[in-house]
Structure formats: structure tokens, C-alpha cells
Design a protein around this ligand. Structure first.
Ligand code: 4FV
Length: 255
């Protein structure tokens, strides 16, 4: 997988891709990240890549021509690469997107700065727009790195044997179950007995129920898109009853 990145700050991509899992994967040539300076395709003695917005207003807008020239040049080398724009207006980036984008032969990320992009960049050059969250950053570089990290975990050989993207949070659409390691008691808090039982059937059931409980409590909307077995549904109905009882009790106390 080749990740081409169009950015005004290519140096930002140096260190994150030298450490740990991604660093090893780059060394093993399981993936390659090529950061390109957008200014290389800019014109004029100041190599301008931005300009004032038509219609007035604060801030500057990224000019279409340097981006168009850059994408054309990169597409010459990677004709099949998918062009991805990072923007708060994009589709929320999710684990399923990471899994599907990992099937692509190449990705070209366009990282914005200033107030954003000339609209014609979207209309003429971009295959998909992604947002990594409802907040505003100073640039699209960190979102591109976030996506490169999440996508790379699905590339063959990137994750060691010990860890697999298949057991991730969201791998089955649910939040992960609580994890424990030594010591068995910490700050007076013990590891749940079932995990010390060696009964793998009971452990698997406990972990599934913990995933359902945590998802029900923290991200109930995720349950709508998850396949639930009958025992899952029974467990969630039990949680709903418990919650209603709690709310009734709290209601009574408030009266
Ligand atoms: C962003 C996000 C993001 C907006 C203006 C860069 C900034 C500046 N990108 N998910 N959230 N981008 O905040 O993807 O151009």
C-alpha cells in the first residue's frame, strides 16, 4: 500500500512513521508513506497556494490549481489511487472505512490548511471526503496520519501474530470488554473471578456481556448496527429493565 500525502508541511510525517508498529511496517516495506510538498506545484515568486475568499470573509482558501497539478502528477505514478480529502465536512471516519480503504492499491491524501479548500477541488479531484471528528484542527496532516495508522493495521503483516485487527474495538461493532493483567489485586481492586477460572466458555460469555454492557452504557447507538444473538438480546433486555428500575427508584427519591 502506498500512501501519497499532499501537504504544506511534509516534515510532519517523519517521526510518527518511524516508531513502533508503523515504523517496523515501513522498514519491512509493508507500506510506504510519501509526503509531497504542495508548494512544489505552486507558481509565482511566492509559490502561492492560498488566496482570499471571493465574497470576503476571514482567512484564506486553498487555491485549486496547485492541488490539481499535484494530483495529476501523483496519479501518473498511481493511476488507481483513490483521492481522499480531509475536512470537518467529510464523512465520519470509522473502523469499517479503515478496513475497506486497506483494500485499495494506493491512497492520495489532500491535507488542508487555512479556512479550507476551493470548492472546485472537491468537485473535480476528490473521490472521498473524511472527517476524524467534530472539531477543527489547524491542518489536515494529523487526520491523514490517523487514517494511515488505522488503515495500516489491516494490511497483511503489519500487526504481529499477538495482536489482530479482528479482535479490535468495533471489529464486531461493539466496544471492547475490560482487560486485566497482573497483579491480581491492585489498589484493593481484584480481577474478576471468571477470568481466573480457566473456563474459556464462561470467560467468552463474560467478555461478550461486558461488551454489550459497555456499549449499552456508553454508545447505545452502536447497538443498532450490530448483529445480536438471542442471548445478546436477552442480556440487553435485562439491562433495559434494570435501567428502568433505577430510573423509577431515582424518580421516587426525587418526589
Ligand atoms: C479536519 C477534521 C480538520 C479544517 C481547516 C484543517 C482543518 C483546516 N480534517 N477531520 N476535523 N481540518 O479539522 O479532518 O484546513
Amino acid at each position: 500500500m502506498i500512501f501519497d500525502v499532499l501537504t504544506l508541511f511534509p516534515g510532519m510525517f517523519d517521526s510518527p512513521l518511524q516508531e513502533s508498529i508503523l515504523g517496523r511496517a515501513v522498514k519491512q516495506q509493508l507500506l510506504e508513506v510519501r509526503a509531497h510538498n504542495l508548494r512544489d506545484w505552486a507558481e509565482g515568486k511566492h509559490l502561492t497556494t492560498d488566496d482570499a475568499p471571493y465574497g470576503g470573509g476571514d482567512g484564506m482558501v486553498m487555491k485549486p490549481e496547485p492541488v490539481a497539478r499535484a494530483v495529476a502528477a501523483l496519479k501518473q505514478k498511481s493511476p488507481a489511487a483513490k483521492v481522499v480529502l480531509l475536512t470537518p465536512q467529510g464523512k465520519p471516519f470509522k473502523q469499517n472505512d479503515a478496513r475497506s480503504l486497506a483494500q485499495e492499491s494506493g491512497l492520495i491524501f489532500i491535507c488542508g490548511r487555512y479556512e479550507g479548500f476551493d470548492e472546485r477541488i472537491r468537485q473535480t479531484l476528490v473521490d472521498e471526503e473524511f472527517s476524524i471528528g467534530d472539531f477543527v484542527l489547524t491542518g489536515g496532516e494529523l487526520p491523514a496520519m490517523v487514517m494511515i495508522d488505522a488503515i495500516s493495521r489491516f494490511l497483511p503483516g503489519v500487526l504481529g501474530s499477538g495482536d489482530s485487527a479482528l479482535t479490535d474495538s468495533f471489529a464486531d461493532g461493539l466496544l471492547e470488554y475490560p482487560q486485566y493483567t497482573r497483579p491480581a489485586v491492585f489498589n484493593g481492586l481484584s480481577v474478576p473471578e471468571v477470568l481466573l477460572s480457566g473456563d474459556h466458555g464462561k470467560i467468552a460469555q463474560w467478555r461478550r456481556e461486558q461488551q454489550l454492557l459497555r456499549t449499552f452504557q456508553r454508545r447505545p447507538e452502536l447497538l443498532e448496527d450490530v448483529f445480536l444473538s438471542n442471548s445478546d438480546k436477552v442480556f440487553i433486555e435485562k439491562l433495559k429493565c434494570q435501567l428502568e428500575q433505577q430510573e423509577e427508584i431515582q424518580g421516587d427519591d426525587a418526589d
